[in-house]
Design a protein around this ligand. Structure first.
Ligand code: XMP
Length: 191
């Protein structure tokens, strides 16, 4: 698996230092109100797990499932597979947590759906931000790192379902994603 990585962009140590900083920002932002962290599956589960354990104030945890079909490294149509239950959304202040903000379409859609379902507010927090790729008007309220326009994997981020378990973030070697996926599991990609 590590042989497929061109270079490491963020080491495990750098990642945890960055998350410590953002956890302090989240703590300050929500110190005066109860809130719920909504982790976008699957990609943000590792980030969300590390983030919430560094936030020393009460919070609840919920999940939303989104997939973009199109396969490989190209985002296709977005489908939202499931939402938190109504009582987890209505009247609650939500912190929507995702692995990477790329075009912005995923977070824009989820934010508007959660507000439409009665959330009191929706703030956004992303592990990685690729501002050069944005196609909609949306900026994250909080972010750990900015990345250049490379396809990145590890620390929850996948290519064809793989590499999520790498403890660092790395750029995938070009030949891995330019070759047709041989035995990649299923079409599309869970975000
Ligand atoms: P949008 O374009 O909606 O994309 O902001 C968000 C989702 O796209 C996926 N994505 C990536 N996944 N490496 C990945 O493993 C990348 O470089 C990358 N860029 C976008 C990701 O699932 C994210 O939630």
């Amino acid at each position: 698996m590590q042989d497929d990585i061109d270079r490491i962009l963020f080491s495990e140590t750098q990642i945890l230092e960055g998350i410590d900083r953002v956890a302090r920002e989240v703590t300050g932002r929500f110190a005066d109100r109860p809130f719920t962290v909504v982790s976008v599956l699957k990609g943000s589960c590792i980030f969300a797990a590390d983030l919430i354990r560094r936030i020393p104030i009460p919070l609840e945890l919920a999940f939303v499932g989104a997939s973009s079909y199109g396969g490989g490294t190209v985002a296709g149509d977005l489908s939202v597979n499931f939402f938190p239950a109504g009582h987890e959304i209505e009247g609650r202040h939500l912190l929507l947590v995702d692995d990477i903000l790329d075009t912005g379409r995923t977070l824009q859609r989820l934010k508007s759906e959660l507000l439409g379902r009665g959330a009191a507010s929706v703030s956004t927090c992303v592990f990685l931000d690729k501002p050069s790729r944005r196609s909609v008007e949306l900026e994250a309220d909080l972010r750990v790192f900015e990345v250049e326009d490379l396809f990145v994997v590890g620390y929850g981020l996948d290519y064809a379902g793989r590499y999520r378990n790498l403890p660092f973030v790395g750029a995938l070697r070009q030949e891995i994603f330019s070759a047709p996926a041989q035995d990649a599991p299923g079409p599309g990609r869970a975000t």
